[in-house]
Design a protein around this ligand. Sequence first.
Ligand SMILES: [Mg+2]
Length: 149
Amino acid sequence: MRKLNIFFDVDNTLLMWDGSLRNHTRDVFQRILDQGHLIYIWSGVGIRRWEMEVNKLDHYVTDYFIKPLYDHRARLPKLGVTVEPDFVIDDHRSVVEVFGGYHIPDIATPDDEELLRVAEAIEARARGEPDGESPRLIPSDGQPPTVQG
Ligand SMILES: [Mg+2]
């Protein structure tokens, strides 16, 4: 089972427009850690430790980074991202297309279960299975990483 660096975006991925936390966030974070993966939080607007602390999620998180908003892979070193993202969850498709991961809808209904799909996708990726049929699961662009883990 491969250990993965899982990178979550914040706005409209974990925290919705009204400030609410997306359904299942805490359970899915615990499920990811139980499988030996690491959780990183990144955002294009800065380090979001405060938001994670307010929602009592900080202790699940290994580190925080600033997310490149363009030239995503090339700009990792400049932004001090010292860990290679293996699987990203983001409401912006372009980020997911570069690193591979799950393109999550930016709107969550009250019965939203997208993070459960994310957990299943991470588990399949860790088992080395080809990506499933979900159109929201996107492989990476295949470019070699520019960051040494
Ligand atoms: Mg976002």
